[in-house]
Write a new protein. Structure first.
Length: 160
């Protein structure tokens, strides 16, 4: 399981920073998606470029999970780092709030995040099947899969 870090003594100067693994294709795909959501309000940088600026966070911690670092030095990790990017644009505030306040949601989110992190290659393939190869212009392929599944279920119900 990934480690959670509460604070850093070296916060970013101008805007919050999302630190991710620049060698991970899955991570890069989703960073492009997150950028579309957060706009210019968040800076996204691979840990390979910025880890040296955070002397109180080891490189291994950056390898474990994404880290969102706000201007006060608060560090949000893994799923909460993703949720906080949505929170900044008032898209789905409840995700970050639930993560903070509801243990069941935090535990479920952490488990799902770790599962995805442990299976990045497979999850990358699934992501491409669901949203297409271009993260800047996602396609709603998942809707077609869902409609197909519903059609199969309805067909099976009529056959029984």
């Amino acid at each position: 399981m990934f480690s959670k870090i509460k604070r850093t003594a070296y916060p970013p100067n101008e805007k919050p920073l999302m630190v991710f693994d620049g060698n991970c294709g899955f991570c890069k795909y989703w960073v492009i998606r997150w950028k579309k959501i957060s706009g210019l309000e968040v800076d996204y940088r691979p840990y390979q470029e910025v880890a040296i600026n955070f002397q109180d966070i080891s490189e291994n911690h950056f390898k474990e999970a994404v880290r969102y670092i706000d201007l006060d030095g608060n560090v949000f990790t893994g799923p909460d780092a993703a949720y906080i990017t949505y929170f900044n644009k008032n898209k789905v505030k409840f995700l970050h709030l639930w993560y903070k306040e509801k243990a069941w949601f935090r535990n479920l989110s952490d488990f799902a995040y770790q599962f995805i992190a442990d299976n990045r290659n497979t999850m990358s393939k699934i992501t491409i099947k669901l949203f297409g190869k271009n993260p800047a212009n996602p396609k709603p392929y998942w809707k077609y899969y869902l409609l197909g599944l519903i059609a199969v279920i309805i067909s099976l119900l009529f056959l029984l």
